[in-house]
Design a protein around this ligand. Structure first.
Ligand SMILES: [Zn+2]
Length: 206
C-alpha cells in the first residue's frame, strides 16, 4: 500500500547545506516544503530562486528573525511575517500560504493574529539536537502514512542523511508530497494547527 509523507525543511536557505539538499531533491524529483527564515533568504536569495525554478517545492513562512512568536508583541509578529512574505513573494512569485512558527511555539492569541494555517509536525529527525547522520535516519524509519517530518536544511547532518532517508522511505512505499498536496482541501478551510494529514487542532477557532 502506498503511503504519503511530507518532508519539511526549516531555517534555510543556508549557503553550506541548502545546495546539497536541493541537489538531492531535484536529482530525484522529490517534492518537499521549505519553511523560509526571512533573514537567510535575504542573505542567499539565489538558493530560493533555484528552489522555486525546480517547480517541485512549496514554501512556508518561518518568520524573518526566528524569534518565538510568544515572546514578541502583536506588531512585531505582523512585521516578522510581512517581511518574510515580501521576500518569498519576490523570489518565488507567491506569498506563503502557511506558517511554521519558530520552535513550534504558538498559542491562542498568536493564532488569532497570524490567521493562517500553522504547519507543525508529527515526526522530528532532531538533527538540530544530536547533529548525527545515523540518528536522523533512525528517526526517519519511524515514519507513518500522513506524517509531516520536521527536518533542517540548515544542518550538515541532515544534508548528509537525506539521500539515505529518501532511499529508506522509497523502499518502504512512501510517496513524497508538498504540504498543500498532503493536506489538500483542508488547507483552504479556516486556519488550524496541522501536525499530520490526519491530525489537526482547532484551538482558538471554536
Ligand atoms: Zn526554525
Amino acid at each position: 500500500m502506498t503511503k504519503e509523507i511530507a518532508l519539511t525543511f526549516d531555517d534555510g536557505p543556508w549557503g553550506l547545506t541548502t545546495p546539497r539538499v536541493l541537489d538531492e531533491l531535484i536529482a530525484q524529483k522529490i517534492p518537499a516544503t521549505f519553511m523560509i527564515w526571512g533573514e537567510h533568504a535575504k542573505q542567499y536569495p539565489e538558493l530560493v530562486k533555484r528552489a522555486a525554478a525546480a517547480k517541485l517545492f512549496s514554501f512556508g513562512n518561518h518568520t524573518f528573525s526566528h524569534h518565538s512568536l510568544l515572546e514578541i508583541d502583536e506588531e512585531e509578529i505582523r512585521k516578522e511575517l510581512e517581511k518574510t512574505d515580501h521576500i518569498v513573494k519576490e523570489l518565488t512569485g507567491e506569498v506563503p500560504k502557511f506558517i511554521r512558527p519558530p520552535f513550534g511555539d504558538i498559542d491562542f492569541n498568536t493564532l488569532k493574529i497570524v490567521n493562517r494555517p500553522i504547519i507543525c509536525w508529527s515526526l522530528d529527525t532532531e538533527s538540530w539536537n544530536h547533529h548525527d547522520v545515523n540518528q536522523c535516519l533512525e528517526r526517519a524509519t519511524k515514519a507513518k502514512d500522513g506524517d509531516i517530518i520536521l527536518m533542517h536544511d540548515y544542518q550538515e547532518a541532515e544534508a548528509e542523511a537525506l539521500p539515505k532517508i529518501i532511499d529508506y522511505l522509497q523502499k518502504n512505499d512512501f510517496i513524497f508530497k508538498t504540504i498543500p498536496d498532503l493536506l489538500g482541501h483542508q488547507l483552504n478551510e479556516e486556519p488550524y494547527i496541522y501536525y499530520s494529514r490526519n491530525k489537526r487542532d482547532k484551538i482558538g477557532f471554536k
